[in-house]
Write a protein that binds this ligand. Sequence first.
Ligand SMILES: Cc1ncc(COP(=O)(O)O)c(C=O)c1O
Length: 328
Amino acid sequence: MAYGDAMGYVPFREAIAEYLGAVRGVRCQPSQILVTTGSQQGLQLSAHVLLNPKDRVWMEEPGYPGARQAFMTAGAQLIPVPVDDEGIDVAEITRRGRDARAVYVTPSHQYPLGTTMSAARRMLLLSWAMRSGGWIIEDDYDSEYRFGSRPVASLQGLDTDARVIYVGTFSKVLFPALRLGYVVVPRDLIPAFASARDAADIFSSTLYQAVLTDFIGEGHFARHIRRMRMLYMERRRALVRAIHIQMGDMLEIIGGEAGMHLVALLPPGIDDFAVSKRAAQKGISAMPLSTCYLKPASRGGLILGYGGANARQIHEGIRKLKMSVRAT
Ligand SMILES: Cc1ncc(COP(=O)(O)O)c(C=O)c1O
């Protein structure tokens, strides 16, 4: 019941370090784990510790709006870098000449497009960081749920120069209301991160950290992941099937078989904000893809989450979505 360590509850940090080593190829000691209030706080603290106002940050385009917000509050200048089917275009970063202080990436499962960063791009990005002294902020938010191929190890595990700040969360693998995440902090940055966390809100609730430590230690966590992987795979298939049957002529699905969302591109010229608004009026949550772009998007699309809906609800949801697209 007393105040605890700003870095988090020690047994919980030990459990996280062991899990990340075994499952994500992350190389770290428990002392490097900072427990956070979800990955949003991990991003916020990273911005606070690493960036000065006006510092340049390369951002995946399209990319995660939550990361954008976190870096903007630190006064950073965000520079969009296009993403293709191998991930962020690192050659474009080098071509542009002027360097940046940091780059934000989602290499395991690009948000929102769903691609996996290729091995060649990973090596290029690490060598950029080593050469320029820049930081790589790796957001590994949902890598537990891959349905076709085997999970790809983290970028952090390949880093030999302590340039990667690895940010993770229990929001996807368990549930977002838990508000628990973590940062794997390079050793020399531990004091700076610990004092930033202390200044922000001291530490995360010990009760939740202790309960989750037991949940992991007693094997429930691993069982949960196995069970949910099957469930989400079935839900993804149900969504893909429903789209093909009902909206095959309107939506183009992109991205790999992983996570809890997919992106469906709309026909050129259709405003995704308008579709999203109409869908919301019918009780369907479909985030416009345009919200993930810093520059105007060349084509609209919808981010469709399937984690919380069963096959019947998915089918019905797509029926309503079809009406929303038709009416736009
Ligand atoms: C790219 C990305 N990072 C992180 C998160 C999770 O954020 P948090 O841990 O703050 O709930 C999400 C959730 O949608 C996400 O899409």
